[in-house]
Design a protein around this ligand. Structure first.
Ligand code: ADE
Ligand code: ZN
Length: 319
């Protein structure tokens, strides 16, 4: 029995498995520049975050209708449930879809079809977190927040993702202020490839409650001390870090040092279709490669529920 856990760092578009990509391509009459699923999997060799993002955005072309987003989310939730996920906070990237003529309503309502029945069908409670693409403009982020206004009953929070270096959090001050005024929770990717300073900025300028990745905090002892003191959750993604070459091999991952330092770490899958594993696979991998003890794994699982955007009246089994 896999340990019950919450998944807090998961891009729904990053759960698009090659088989589903080809099925959706056929259904929608989209031509993919790969002969078959094997050829597509061959392309899953990344140099860095940008080389992954290029493929991630390219494959999104197959997602066109509400039914596509429903199928995508349902497939993820089924896999996550088998791996012990009881609660999932799911990122989506509306700008990447709207740029292709797929509307906010299609994306949110499609995802919601699967999320709305997930407790019943998979035993997984869910939240939706809308991410802004940090390599797009602040104006585009504001327009995206505006487009989401009719759907705010379905959206719990906002996040910040895509190419990090050169796109510091402060660029999005205004849109995060507007999101906070709408009652939305706030998170942001920071310190994946970007410097520790971006983590400070995400906290101080954007007012985020969790840091997605945050790996590079380890270069700045003063920042580590602050993150420990303020109990800021970090949503780490170990297999992602290896595939995107943020760490050379899993055995070098700083997770044990981060736990020893007292950081509030969680383990997540990021883009599991691309990085070789879902949440449970990430737990298994860190247990095997980093020698984490059962106590460490229990801490990681407990942290995931403590850091989740769950309210007190939600099912106890989720905590
Ligand atoms: N979008 C999807 N996965 C991402 C990641 N690991 N970092 C930044 N943006 C992303
Ligand atoms: Zn991510």
């Amino acid at each position: 029995m896999p340990i019950p856990k919450a998944e807090l760092h998961l891009h729904i578009e990053g759960t698009l498995e090659p088989e589903l990509a080809f099925a959706l391509a056929a259904r929608n009459g989209v031509e993919l520049p790969y002969a078959d699923t094997g050829a597509l999997r061959e392309a899953y060799r990344f140099e860095d975050l940008q080389s992954f993002l290029n493929l991630y955005y390219e494959l999104m072309a197959v997602l066109r209708t509400e039914r596509d987003f429903d199928d995508l989310a349902d497939a993820y939730l089924a896999r996550a449930a088998v791996q012990g996920v009881r609660h999932a906070e799911i990122f989506f990237d509306p700008q990447a879809h709207m740029a292709r003529g797929v509307g906010m309503g299609t994306v949110v309502e499609g995802l919601w079809r699967a999320l709305g029945r997930s407790e019943e069908t998979h035993g997984v409670s869910t939240r939706l977190i809308m991410c802004f693409l940090r390599d797009e403009s602040a104006e585009s982020a504001l327009a995206t927040l505006d487009a989401a206004k009719p759907y705010l009953d379905r959206i719990t929070g906002v996040g910040l993702d895509s190419a990090e270096v050169g796109h510091p959090p402060a660029k999005f001050r205004e849109v995060y202020e507007a999101a906070a005024a709408l009652g939305l929770r706030r998170v942001a990717h920071a310190g994946e490839e970007g410097p520790p300073e971006y983590i400070r900025e995400a906290l101080d300028v954007l007012g985020v409650e969790r840091i997605d990745h945050g790996l590079r905090c380890m270069e700045d002892p003063g920042l580590v001390e602050r993150l420990v003191r303020e109990r800021v959750p970090l949503t780490l993604c170990p297999l992602s870090n290896v595939r995107l070459r943020t760490v050379d091999v899993l055995a070098d991952h700083p997770l044990p040092a981060m736990l020893d330092a007292g950081l509030m770490c969680t383990v997540n899958s990021d883009d599991p279709a691309y990085f070789g594993g879902y949440a449970g696979d990430n737990f298994d991998a860190v247990r095997e490669s980093l020698g984490l003890t059962p106590a460490h794994l229990r801490t990681l699982a407990r942290n995931s529920f403590l850091a989740a955007f769950l309210s007190d009246d939600e099912p106890r089994r989720a905590r």
